[in-house]
Design a protein around this ligand. Structure first.
Ligand SMILES: [Mg+2]
Length: 174
């Protein structure tokens, strides 16, 4: 019998999980948004898989490497685990159309708002998109996939295009 599809909370990283301090890529750069932990915990208790999706154009711009991104995500996963929270996966986009590193200079399908990272996660896990939710701090975190809800938290990037004033408010959308 096939497994019942799960719902997922797709979480932006910089600006949601941690403060967007300008290309953070090492544990010592990370200042967690403390409100992210109870939100993730509540979501997990309600049956959401927790999946981080993050544009990391710093790779394309030569500011850090994919290895830096992967090891930071391993460390972050451990920090969540210490708090009793299991992150199912981290997906990142290293590309940028104007990259200084030629191999990353591509018009990819994964840089948000393109849906590539979410499509990949949906292949990797059995996810019901219509019951899932995206959280981000930029209008470009609204993923171009019909039927997928997104909640934008007010930030210096959001302008008037936001749904919640504070991260803690996202709780009521779960
Ligand atoms: Mg962000």
């Amino acid at each position: 019998m096939p497994d019942t599809p799960r719902k997922a909370l797709f979480i932006d990283r910089d600006g949601i999980i941690n403060e967007d301090t300008g290309y953070p890529h090492k544990p010592e750069h990370i200042r967690f948004n403390e409100a992210a932990f109870p939100l993730c915990k509540a979501a997990a208790e309600k049956g959401y898989l927790l999946i981080v999706i993050t544009n990391q154009a710093g790779v394309a711009k030569g500011k850090f490497t994919e290895e830096d991104v992967k090891s930071l995500h391993q460390w972050m996963m451990g920090e969540f685990k210490k708090r009793g929270i299991a992150i199912t996966g981290f997906y990142y986009c290293p590309h940028h159309p104007e990259a200084s590193v030629p191999e990353y200079r591509v018009a990819c399908n994964c840089r948000k708002p393109k849906p590539g990272m979410i499509e990949q996660a949906m292949k990797d896990f059995n996810i019901d998109m219509r019951r899932s939710l995206v959280i981000g701090d930029k209008p470009s975190d609204r993923i171009a996939l019909e039927g997928l809800r997104s909640i934008i938290v007010k930030s210096r990037y959001s302008g008037d295009d936001f749904d919640a004033e504070e991260l803690s408010e996202v709780m009521r959308y779960l």
